[in-house]
Design a protein around this ligand. Sequence first.
Ligand SMILES: Cc1ncc(COP(=O)(O)O)c(C=O)c1O
Length: 466
Amino acid sequence: MPGWGWGSARRAEASGCAEGPWRRGHRLQLHKAGLAAWNPRMNYTRFITAASAARKPSAIRVMTEILGKSSKSVLSLATGAPNPNTFPFKSAVITIDNGETIQFDEEMMKRALQYSQSAGLPELLSWLKQFQVKLHNPPTIHYPASQGQMDMCVTCGSQEGLCKVFEMIVNPGDNILVNEPIYSGTIHAVQPLGCNIINISSDEHGIIPDSLREILSKWKPEDSKNPKKNTPKFLYTVPNGNNPAGNSLTTNRKKEIYELARKYDFLIIEDDPYYFMQFNKPWAPTFLSMDVDGRVIRADSFSKVLSSGLRIGFITGPKPLIERIVLHIQVSTMHPSTFAQLLVSQLLYQWGEEGFLAHVDRVIDFYRKQRDALLAAADKWLSGLAEWHVPTAGMFLWIKIKGLHDVRKLIEEKAFKKEIFMLPGYHFYLDSSAPCPYFRASFSLASPEQMDMAFQGLAQLIKESL
Ligand SMILES: Cc1ncc(COP(=O)(O)O)c(C=O)c1O
């Protein structure tokens, strides 16, 4: 397979390029972290910041893991876990939409209110791992741990996971690749890290591979072995129902992009919270499903299909990188809410994979109808005034108003005054001061009648502004 032979050169890089004291210190940390071992496919060391490499397991968190697996006979005076008998919450019964219930009796409630493992509740993690394998069948499942074996952790929504991924990888001055318009949560997570963000052109089918190829042609493939060349570290993209553009990346483009990632040795961050909101079957193969090298970090979310407030997401990627994320979790959130994880876990075991997917189908039916209602309103009121593409996933319609080169005032002031709320497109660009003719309309919450009234009012305002 092309790319597998790069290992020896990468080993040379890991062991001996000209370097200053910072980089020497960095390498020392990598060695201590067990990340500097030679890996025939991937050299994860070159992607990690010094801060991430310096992370060590927290003794208290390790003890929590051990206690989680120990029998009741253990005499533990070890952890600082509070005594749950003192907590005021005693039991709970949660009704789900088929009328069945999830019961938290006193014992379960004690567990739900207690600290738990940083990578995620073991039973939830094992359900998710099985499901992930079933959905994506990642080639890395049986790879040796150090060589990018698929691993996972649960995070407080995918946002927490993504933020930790960026902080694990990005040094000031690093080059990273994105496609505008970009989810604003990502802009605000990466911009403060001081990296150089390079935009790749995209259209209604997502990133245009030729645009990526052209950007990458500034480098030679072998430049990735030379840190001074500063080759891009990763490509970040939202492959389905992109927020805000609503576009989805085609399978062929994904394959081309993956091959370019292999050629120029960068990681792919696949942020896919709208995966379970794809309107057409079969669902598109993911980057994770193509990942023969262990270079994909995938962010999933339950926010759009189970609950956004429970804050449950999960990150899937090569073990050496997931381990770094978990070390960061150990000293930040410590773990996502045990209660939320137990609730989701109980639901998933009660439903099984088929029950979950049947629920997802109901969610998709709802959003498909909502999308069609918004499209009908757009056709009725905005034809001739604006243009858009039909989204095949997600919850957003990205609309370009014709004849206005900037819609900021129209959306933010005039429409707002009329109590018609939408998001002007500039929020989703790296340079938010540049004029932008787009706005984002969400079809998640409004009723078809409200959508109709909103676009009727907007059409009036556009005509007055032209
Ligand atoms: C593209 C994208 N990524 C990540 C997130 C974060 O989602 P979560 O609720 O899982 O943190 C969102 C939320 O809207 C999103 O649109």
